[in-house]
Design a protein around this ligand. Structure first.
Ligand SMILES: Nc1ncnc2c1ncn2[C@@H]1O[C@H](COP(=O)(O)OP(=O)(O)OP(=O)(O)O)[C@@H](O)[C@H]1O
Ligand SMILES: [Mg+2]
Length: 495
């Protein structure tokens, strides 16, 4: 970002608007211009902008303002309103680009104009063009000459499209050089969308999979890992980051405020840059699974995702916290039953759609308004094994998965859910290895005094060494133990 402090940015924006309006009021009181309208504006501008000092000699930019005002008396007041707005000089912080090279190629007259507002300068230039200048105007040529073209490397696939795009505007002699203005690059980013990718979790026969974009897919490589090539960070443009709320082996998760709708979300960001296509494809499996699944009240809701700076960003529903075991952890039996029931419903939903999660554990179960939600689909795969299998956290995996002899991927999730609930009940993290680790995989779980035997038997069945004998997610949610739980909660709500 720029070197501006947030405070200075906020002040700049707030005052700018106020000053613009203030000037209009002053002019309404005394509309008579002085003999030299340009000089009058310069002094007004100095007063209004306080900290921004206009030093002699006048800049080319000022000259442009003055001559424009002299040549167009009827548009004078409109132009002033526009130019004297502080917004003209300062880019709002959320659209200040991260990429420094763009700033350097657009900076001009650092002393008089807020130097870190390249995007606004570009916009302002086009507005001036509409209001008074024609393409052949020497003033415009003068101003444009200050903008150095930037040399960029073009890959073979994008070059064709870009050449077509620019053919009507480029000098044929210059075409042989790869000099392209920044505006053209930004334009290219808008006209050439990223490729469409097939979602492996959606049935191939589905009507959604008419291959409308197959030719585009084959021509363009990658998943546009550098969205933001026009210098804007989508993350910074769309969201205001509030705090980091979690991290895992692969990602950091932030609580963010979405600027356009004012709602809070969680945005998960990959820690490592995903340099090659294989890495990016693998990371995308998570969002593809979430998108293919759609909405379920016990699955963390997925909103959107994108690549930026070679990292994958996933915008999700914000939850309160995960069920990670902490010190002084106490959980009531009814709460654990509720968790088991709700996550079994999530598993039933995904298993019905042929997807296995393969990383069910307390860290990946989130609580929100006393509802429990399954998240982190980073290891999700198809149960028919047509996609690769990547195992999750070994502490919660059954022996058949660790021995890579796994036929029933849905039953892996059942074991993991049983192990996760067991861990929450005993209140201490499960072992990563050793004799205790092995005995748990042999179905030897110690008795839990104070908890109903029926419940303990259910957990034992879920962690059975034989995957076939483990109950399915549907069998779990239909277990009679939940009848008691719900009849109790119903009678409590009637009271
Ligand atoms: N939607 C969310 N709302 C609130 N907190 C979240 C959300 N998503 C993730 N978190 C927090 O961030 C942590 C890390 O997220 P996540 O498990 O998705 O990352 P990961 O790198 O894939 O983890 P792992 O190491 O398990 O593979 C979670 O344990 C949780 O505490
Ligand atoms: Mg996780």
């Amino acid at each position: 970002m720029t070197g501006k402090t947030p405070k200075s940015r906020a002040r700049g924006r707030g005052r700018g608007r106020g000053r613009g309006r203030g000037l209009q009021r002053e002019e309404a009181v005394d509309p008579s211009p002085s003999s030299h309208p340009g000089a009058m504006e310069t002094s007004d501008l100095t007063v209004q902008l306080e900290g921004v000092t206009l030093l002699p000699p006048p800049t080319r930019f000022q000259k442009l303002l003055e001559s424009s005002c002299l040549s167009e008396p009827d548009e004078q007041s409109q132009d002033r309103d526009f130019i004297l707005s502080q917004d003209f000089f300062c880019t709002p912080d959320y659209i200040t680009p991260d990429a420094p090279q763009i700033t350097s190629c657009l900076e001009f007259d650092k002393e008089n104009v807020c130097p870190k507002s390249p995007e606004k300068s570009t916009v302002a230039r086009s507005k001036r063009f509409k209001r008074g200048l024609s393409p052949g105007d020497p003033q415009l040529t003068n101003l444009a000459s200050q903008y150095e073209p930037m040399e960029i490397q073009l890959d073979a696939s994008s070059k064709d499209g870009l050449d077509q795009l620019l053919s009507s505007r480029c000098d044929p002699q210059k075409k042989s050089h790869s000099y392209v203005s920044q505006t053209a690059v930004a334009l290219r980013c808008r006209v050439l969308p990223p490729p469409c990718i097939k979602n492996p979790y959606i049935n191939a026969t589905s009507s959604l999979h008419v291959d409308a974009f197959c030719d585009r897919r084959s021509k363009l490589s990658g998943f546009s890992p550098s969205v933001g090539g026009d210098g804007l960070s989508r993350y910074r443009t769309d969201f205001h980051e509030l705090e980091q709320i979690g991290y895992g082996n692969f990602s950091r998760v932030f609580k963010v405020l979405k600027r356009i709708d004012g709602c809070l979300y969680a945005v998960k960001q990959s820690i490592k840059q995903l340099h090659n296509e294989t890495e990016r494809k693998k990371a995308l499996m998570e969002v593809q699974a979430l998108a293919a699944l759609g909405f379920h009240e016990n699955i963390v809701a997925y909103h959107t995702s994108w690549f930026e700076n070679e990292r994958l960003y996933i915008q999700m529903e914000l939850c309160d916290h995960s069920l990670t075991i902490t010190k002084n952890h106490v959980t009531k039996c009814t709460e654990v039953l509720e968790m088991l029931y709700q996550i079994a419903k999530a598993l039933n939903f995904i298993h019905d759609r042929g997807i296995a999660h393969l990383d069910v554990k307390p860290d990946n179960i989130y609580a929100k308004n006393s509802r429990y939600k399954l998240g982190d689909f980073g290891c999700a795969t198809l149960m028919d094994r047509s996609l690769g299998v990547e195992e999750g956290d070994a502490r919660y995996l059954p022996h058949e998965m660790l021995n890579e002899q796994c036929e029933y991927l849905d039953k892996v999730d059942i074991f993991s859910l049983g192990a996760a609930m067991y861990e929450i009940l005993i209140g201490t993290p499960l072992p990563k290895s050793g004799p205790k680790f092995l005995s748990l995989r042999e179905g030897k779980i110690s008795l839990l005094p104070g908890y109903p035997v029926q419940f303990q038997n259910l957990l034992k069945a879920m962690m059975d060494p034989d995957p076939v004998r483990r109950p399915s997610a549907r069998e779990i949610i239909e277990h009679p133990i939940f009848d008691k739980l719900f009849s109790k909660s119903q009678s409590m709500s009637k009271q």
